[in-house]
Each structure stands twice: as structure tokens, then as C-alpha cells.
Ligand binder design. Sequence first.
Ligand SMILES: Cc1cc2nc3c(=O)[nH]c(=O)nc-3n(C[C@H](O)[C@H](O)[C@H](O)COP(=O)(O)OP(=O)(O)OC[C@H]3O[C@@H](n4cnc5c(N)ncnc54)[C@H](O)[C@@H]3O)c2cc1C
Length: 487
Amino acid sequence: MADVIVVGAGPTGLMLAGELALAGVDVHVVERRSSSELVGMRARGFHSRTIEILDQRGIADRFLAAGRTVAAASFARTPVDISDLPTRHPYTLALVQSDIERILGGWVAELGVPIHREREVAGFAQDAESVDLELTDAAPMRARYVVAADGGRSTIRKAAGIGFPGWEATRSTLIAEVEVTEETPQGARVDKTGIHGLTPMPGGRTVQVLVTEQRLGPATDPTLADLSSALVAVYGTDFGVHSPRTISRFSDATRQAAAYRAGRVLLAGDAAHVHSPTGGQGVGLGVEDAVNLGWKLAQVVQGVAPDRLLDTYQAERHPATARVLEYTMAMAVTQLADDRVSALAGVLSDLLTVDAARVRLAGLHLGLDVRYQAADGAHPLLGRRMPDLDLTSAGGPVRVYSLLHDAHPVLLDLGTPGGITPGAWGERVRFLQASYDGTWELPVIGAVDTAAAVLVRPDGHVAWVGDGTDAGLEEALTRWFGPAAAR
Ligand SMILES: Cc1cc2nc3c(=O)[nH]c(=O)nc-3n(C[C@H](O)[C@H](O)[C@H](O)COP(=O)(O)OP(=O)(O)OC[C@H]3O[C@@H](n4cnc5c(N)ncnc54)[C@H](O)[C@@H]3O)c2cc1C
């Protein structure tokens, strides 16, 4: 029996598998696709916080080397400068999903995680000890826990009976790679239906097509005839489309699982939430789910922390994602060339000339403003992402994110030496005495009070801030990393 089976080798499943493997968990991935080849076009990139998370694991350079960085975002048809956000990565990375999965897959392979391909999960049964996965064409598999990272139509979410409430789709868009026999117009077009565009691909007559349908299409695979009629409705011609390489349909349906957990089964990524792809938030949300869940599940599996630690996964990720889902709905609305929507876009554009509004929106768009539960009046760092400070230690200069490469918690004593120690948690928590002379600047809220010490979780969020004493440290260590006795 495996410790954990992750269903789905998309970005979320791969990231989670890497996190669990780093923690020493026996993790297997089950995937129905025979290779990492994608059917249809998906993500074109991701934002700062996702790059930071990859940096925390020492693999950001692999992605940066394969893509192209862009220091701008766009909201309500207005370009938003993001180059001055306080992060080492103040940009979006343009990188197609097949490359994202290829690079993540390479990392997971280095960590020795088995990926069982051409295995499709049909359902599951669980008891107090384990979960049995039913596969369509293979023998069942058993694990102590299962994570469904099997996408928006998640078989496991449905089998678990978990509701998927939200907003119905209002429009659907076809995305395709096809050959054409006629010249195609340059650039994107926005009208009352939505956004449309044809982009020639290098060599030959193949184009990438994005065309919003006049009426909401069904949640089934579209045909060449569907593509043809959608093009004719917008352009008056279908440009002689033929020989499709891929055609798929996406919508602006926005839904979030009512629960992220059913016993020993947990949901992550698109299996837990879907939204309009406008704004490119999906990969980042899945990666954030994965790094939030990975270390918690590892500790529960290893008996270090109690099962209730897993409940903090939903408590933290559900509200954080709900905000982003609402943001994607707002973004999608402004992508129509309707007079009233244009008026709204104009008002928003004007507001975005106010710097505080620009910075606030950029923080949300880039995923840099996430804060997990913190009591009123707590230090502003608590629950937020730890900045990647350049520290000085006895061993020389060190970046905070480099301390997180192995996904272990880190206790940093930045005050008078000797004041703080991880005590009985010494084997689980990495400890470093260091100094930092600069300012502490957080995205959106700006400079904050210096911290004398910080406890950083493996996902890079701050679990405790010291005031020069160790008040509250033991409580935070117990809450997040299990009781001292459970070594
Ligand atoms: C047109 C389009 C453009 C997009 N652009 C962006 C963008 O620019 N930036 C961005 O961040 N996001 C973008 N997204 C969203 C992004 O693609 C998704 O959010 C992301 O793929 C979610 O990753 P995931 O791993 O959670 O799910 P998925 O990528 O859907 O992966 C799920 C995996 O599970 C497997 N699976 C499913 N069912 C089973 C089963 N029963 N048994 C075994 N395996 C199974 C699937 O084969 C798949 O490999 C876009 C989406 C679309 C449709």
C-alpha cells in the first residue's frame, strides 16, 4: 500500500508529488494520458508567486530559461505595470503548459516518483485505514490517502459526492490549431460576444484560433463544424479551416468545491476550482494548493502531526482561492465590447492610474497578497509569504528561499544570538542565526516592522513572528509541526 496516490499528472499533481517526495513520503501518480502530450491548448504562463514557489524549491531557473518574462499585467483592457512589486520576480512568465508539465515532470522524476500512465481512475472506496482506487483497465490500487488532482471534471470529486457550487457559464470559447486556405487578419478582436483572434504558427498554413461562440456551447468536445460556424459569425468567413490538430472549448463557468476533503481523499487544483482562464490564474492556484497541502499531508502520513492539520488546508486555501475566482469573473466581464462594459472599463482604467489601486490589483493578480488566517492586530508578516531576504550568516550570504529547497520549516533568528532555539523540534525544523539590515517590504502593504525572528512553513508562509523573546514559539511549532513528543 502506498502512502499517497495523486490522481492526475497535470501541474497540480506533479507539484504535489514533488512536495511529498521531498518530505520522504511514498507517493505514486496515476495518469490516464499515455504521455505528457496535451490534448488542446492550455496555459500560456504564470505569475510572480508561482515563480517564487518554484524558486523556494530551487527549480525556478529551469522555467525561466524555457520561457519569456513580461513585466506587465492587464485589467479592464488597461496595462498595469508590475515591475516595481517587491519580489525577486516582478513579472509574468510566458511558458506553454506542455513545457510547464515537461519541466515539472523532470523534477518529479529526479525525486524518484513513479508515474503510472494509461491508468484511468473510475471511482474509489475508503474505510478508516485506506482508500481503494478503482481503475478502468487495471487492478485496483490502494493508498492511505488519495489526492484528486484530476482536473475540473474530476471523477473523484464526483464520486465523493462533493458539491461544486458556483456560477454557470455565460459564454464559451473555442480554441484550436487548424489549417486554413485563406489569409487571416492580424491581431485580436473584441466585440459584444467576446474575444477572437487568429495567430499564424511558424511554417505552413496552420493557425491558432480563439473564437467566442455566439451562443453558449455544450460541455462536450466541439467539432470542426462548430469552429467553422463560430468563425463565420464573427468574420463572415471560416478561412477554409480544415485538418484540425486540436479543437477544444472552455467557458467562464466559475465553481469551487464545497469541501476540499472527504475523509482520506483530498482535492487540489482544477479538481477543487474552475474559472475563466482570462488572467492566467489556474496553474498558480494549483501550485499553491500543492505546496499548502504537501507538507501537511506528509506530516500526517508520517504520524508527526495529528490528522486535524489537514483541515487547515481547506481553511486556508478555500478563502484564498475564492478571492481569485471573483477576480477572474471581474476580469472576464471587461472582455466584452459592449457600450456599458466599455464605460465600466473606462472607470476602472481611470482608477488604476491611482498608484495604490494599481499596486493592490497587481498584488492580487500576481498572487503576492495571500494571507492565511491571522488574528487581528498580529504582526503583518504572520500568515503572509516570507520575503526572499538576503541574509548574512556565519557561513556567508544566504537567500531565505534557498533555505526552503528541501521543503522543511525554517526558524530564523535575526536578533541577539542565543535568544531563540527550535528546542525539541530541532530535528524537524531547520534553524539559522543570521542578520538582515534592509527594510522589510511586503507587496501591497509596503514596509512593515522588523522581525527579530520568524518561523517559516515549508510553503513559505510565516507561522510565527518573534518580538525578541520566544513568546508563542512553542505553540506555533506544536500547531504546525506536531507535538514535541511525536519525534
Ligand atoms: C484555453 C485555456 C487557457 C489557459 N491559460 C492559462 C494560463 O495562461 N495560465 C494559467 O495559469 N492557467 C491557464 N489555464 C488553466 C490551466 O490550464 C489549469 O488551471 C491547469 O491545467 C490546472 O492544473 P491541474 O493539474 O489542476 O489540472 P489538469 O491540468 O486538468 O490536470 C488533470 C490531470 O488529470 C488527468 N486525469 C483526469 N481524470 C483522470 C482520471 N479519471 N484518471 C487518471 N487521470 C485523470 C488528466 O489527464 C490531467 O493530466 C488555461 C486553461 C485553458 C482551458
